[in-house]
Design a binder for this molecule. Structure first.
Ligand code: GDP
Length: 297
């Protein structure tokens, strides 16, 4: 299960302070030393860990005695609040265009789960938001990427716009948006090319697609299992092309949690969805408060 190690360690630490009727500075220091180690072990970005520990410590030292909560419980609440804040606070909604179609660009490195997530998101658009999505196959480089999207489209009964491997991704996107207008599709989800590594050519291509019609969302798909690498990928995509949110995949695996806890703080962009499996219904909105509760028990 995801976050298992982190949850176990934090919950153990918290148990020690929970019943305390008085929390000394020493108690807080000891607890924060353990919290710090737990976060580092979970592969959370070091700068993020430092900031987090500083914030919680400042608030926890000298907590006032409240009638409803013991000082120990108050300290736990501070940890919980700051964990929620770290992950972005509120759940971040989809930015729909008031003038359809809403254009969503999916970007990411190969293997992160981009094409799978593109299908899942189309499914969410139809089921949850009652929209009429159009999928666009603009990954012309990876063999079988177009076919993979077409297979998903067939499975979901959602149309896929494709022009083969010989037309440029920018032209595919342009024609797809035109087609969507004609056919009254109100959401266009573009599956762009993935590469093994970030390279200039890929970034230029993505920038060109972006310039065509400023997308309402640019979702970067990253694999939670890759920890700090996912955070670095998010940072460079954001700096180079600008993203509006992140989809963190494979959270059904046994990821330690580093990416989930660091991405927002490092990139200032929210995690919008999490992938919870390979099936087409395994995409969930990311709720910082629920995630924090899951970690803290
Ligand atoms: P792309 O190269 O980024 O387009 O990646 P794909 O969409 O082809 O996905 C790569 C692999 O990851 C496939 O085997 C997917 O089934 C799998 N995958 C994608 N998302 C998830 C997820 O949330 N959980 C799990 N367990 N597997 C996933």
């Amino acid at each position: 299960m995801a976050f298992e190690g982190l949850a176990e360690r934090l919950q153990g630490t918290i148990q020690k302070i929970k019943g305390k009727g008085k929390v000394s500075e020493q108690d807080v220091k000891e607890m924060m030393r353990e919290v710090r180690l737990a976060l580092i072990e979970a592969d959370v970005n070091l700068k993020v860990v430092k900031e987090f520990v500083k914030k919680v410590s400042e608030r926890a030292i000298g907590v006032e005695v409240m009638k409803s909560l013991t000082p120990g419980q108050q300290v736990i609440k501070i940890v919980q609040d700051e964990l929620v804040a770290l992950m972005g606070g509120e759940q971040s909604p989809i930015n729909f265009n008031t003038k359809p179609p809403t254009v969503i660009m999916m970007v990411g490195l190969q293997g992160a789960g981009k094409t799978t997530t593109t299908g899942k998101l189309a499914n969410v658009m139809r089921k949850k938001y009652n929209r009429k999505p159009l999928l666009v196959a603009a990954d012309i480089y990876r063999p079988a990427a177009i076919q993979q999207l077409q297979t998903l489209g067939k499975q979901l009964s959602i149309p896929v716009f494709a022009l083969g491997n010989d037309v440029s991704p920018v032209e595919i996107a342009r024609q797809a948006i035109e087609h969507a207008k004609e056919e009254h599709h109100d959401v266009v989800i573009i599956d762009t090319a993935g590469r093994l590594h970030i390279d200039e050519e890929l970034m230029d291509e993505l920038k060109n697609i972006k310039q065509l019609k400023e997308p309402d969302e640019v979702f970067l798909v990253v694999d939670a299992m890759t920890g700090q690498d996912a955070v670095n990928v998010a940072q460079s995509f954001n700096e180079t092309i600008g993203i509006s949110g992140v989809v963190l995949t494979k959270l059904d695996g046994d990821t330690r949690g580093g990416a989930a806890l660091s991405i927002r703080a490092v990139t200032e962009k929210p995690i919008k969805y999490v992938g919870m499996g390979e099936k087409m219904d395994a995409l969930e909105p990311f709720h910082p408060d629920r995630m924090a509760s899951r970690i803290l028990g």
